[in-house]
Write a protein that binds this ligand. Structure first.
Ligand SMILES: Cc1ncc(COP(=O)(O)O)c(C=O)c1O
Length: 508
């Protein structure tokens, strides 16, 4: 680093402020000392204790006063100079800048306090939402959250991902990208996906058949936007993933609901629907269906492909939960079989690594992906390609594969634990089918225990549990919720279920 030259003039008159107090240093603080000094100088300028045009002590002098190395003072002055708080006067030293770098916005009318209230004065298109927004500012998170099925980020290799991110962010700033070249995601991750999806799911694809998104949800939105217009028909399960239904409804599509049983979507009902009307899209969750956790059987997979050919509709295959299987191996996706370009395949690392790592992906024929990239760029110009590059490195060096094996083992134990707790502690109150994989149990509560009341009573005891509002509308599932078993370890889940038992066994 080139140090600026701050001479010490023996005979210079410097307004002597109590610098030892004003620039007090905390040697225990994780913030470097040079930055503490620079920040303290900025503070005393802002407070008006030191005026523009005032000379600062020479570096030797200040180092002596503060009992630190002179190089530290030089670094602090360099920092202040770089931010334009000080000027360097040749042969004189460092002076507080005449024009301080704090730009005050100019007034153009009388500002009013509280200019935002509850309502937008202009009309806007309100969404009919079934998603309760629980993150009210100021609301403290409860101690335990029984979620709908998320991974435990404490098990995920986030430290390795951060390390890769750090080293790659330096490289990224040196690299130049053509405009638009990152709209489809990080080229490295798209390449890594080709090998990863071949090995894990038998998908025979090239990078041009892939794109990344901020999670599977964004892929659903983009795919649906290209496939559906107002009035078009989309087949969904009854029940189905409510956030996908909201996307289809937002686009003006009609939901054609077909029953879901222990083997997945009922294909006879699909065929009947196709005979009655033109179907544009079928949305299917082949593994651990949301919410019921059932897996689509191989026979129904074959039938679904035949029907898509016969009635010429596209399939959105949302395989959000492919990685976690406990009793049996997963089935290869519809996308890996002969589908003649009708399947849009969607997956997510947000579901396998951590919900805060927003990386999902879409696989489709190249012309669809090109359009999908354009669509994505309307709402989000480019991916977080540094994070995606870091993930690509972890996929390639096997870290992700190793982590998934360990997480599978931990989640299997957590599933067993929750099943035992529900069987032993909540017999007669909660009924469920043990899932073969995934991160949640579909739990049906006895009608005598209305979930809305259970949720209310539980939150006051430090436990969040869903009221099941998402699945209302289907009378069979009016009192059912997904109980995620992955985010909490066994001790935490035991404590959460203890609270739930108390709530249920008290008179609701
Ligand atoms: C069936 C299904 N698809 C997609 C998603 C969205 O996943 P992501 O977090 O990757 O956006 C979810 C989230 O819960 C889901 O349950």
């Amino acid at each position: 680093m080139d140090y600026l030259y701050y001479p010490d003039l023996k005979n210079r008159v410097v307004q002597m402020l109590p610098f030892t107090t004003l620039l007090s240093i905390d040697k225990e603080s994780p913030q470097p000392i040079f930055l503490q000094i620079a920040n303290n100088v900025v503070n005393i300028i802002r407070e008006g204790q030191i005026k523009p045009g005032t000379m600062l002590p020479g570096t030797r002098e200040l180092a002596k006063l503060l009992n630190i190395h002179r190089k530290t003072v030089i670094a602090a002055y360099d920092e202040l100079y770089a931010q334009s708080w000080i000027e360097v006067i040749p042969r004189k030293g460092a002076m507080i800048a005449q024009n301080l770098p704090d730009l005050k916005p100019q007034r153009w009318n009388e500002p009013r306090s509280g200019s935002y209230g509850e309502f937008l004065a202009a009309p806007f298109y309100q969404m009919e939402t079934h998603t309760p927004i629980v993150s009210v500012p100021g609301l403290r998170s409860p101690e335990f959250i029984i979620d709908g099925g998320y991974p435990d980020s404490r098990l995920a290799p986030l430290d390795l991902l951060n390390r890769e991110y750090r080293s790659r962010s330096k490289l990224a700033s040196a690299r130049k990208w053509l405009p638009g070249s990152l709209g489809g995601g990080s080229p490295l991750l798209r390449e890594a996906l080709v090998a990863y999806l071949l090995e894990s799911r038998g998908l025979n694809i090239e990078a041009q058949h892939t794109m990344t998104t901020h999670g599977a949800q964004m892929s659903i939105y983009i795919a649906a936007s290209l496939l559906l217009q107002a009035g078009d028909a989309v087949i969904v399960g009854d029940p189905s993933y409510f956030m996908a239904n909201m996307v289809f409804e937002k686009l003006g599509a009609r939901l054609v609901k077909v029953p879901v049983d222990a083997w997945g979507m009922d294909m006879d009902a699909v065929e009947q629907a196709c005979k009655k009307q033109q179907i544009n899209v079928l949305y299917v969750i082949p593994h651990h269906h949301h919410p019921t956790t059932v897996t689509l059987s191989p026979q129904r997979r074959m039938r679904l492909l035949e029907l898509s050919r016969k009635y010429n509709f596209a399939i959105i295959e949302d395989d959000y939960d492919y990685e976690f299987h406990y009793n049996s191996a997963p089935y290869l996706p519809l996308a890996s079989s002969q589908h003649e370009g009708r399947v849009i395949y969607i997956g997510s690392f947000s579901k396998s690594i951590a919900s805060s790592i927003r990386i999902g992906f879409m696989v489709a024929p190249a012309d669809f992906i090109r359009q999908a990239i354009q669509m994505r760029m309307i709402i989000d110009l480019r991916a977080d390609h540094v994070l995606e590059d870091a993930l690509a490195a972890l996929i390639q060096n096997g870290d992700i594969g190793r982590y998934l094996k360990k997480a599978n083992k931990a989640y299997f134990d957590r599933l067993n634990n929750l099943c035992t707790l529900l069987d032993q502690e909540l017999k007669g109150i909660v009924s469920f089918e043990r899932p073969s994989g995934g991160m949640a149990i579909w739990a049906n509560f006895n009608e005598a225990y209305p979930l809305a009341k259970v949720a209310d009573a539980a939150i006051s005891k430090g436990l969040y549990i869903s009221s099941g509002i998402h699945y209302h509308g289907n009378p069979q599932h009016n009192n059912s919720i997904r109980m995620g078993f992955a985010t909490m370890n066994i001790a935490e889940m035991n404590a959460a279920i203890e609270i739930l038992c108390k709530v249920l066994k008290a008179k609701i």
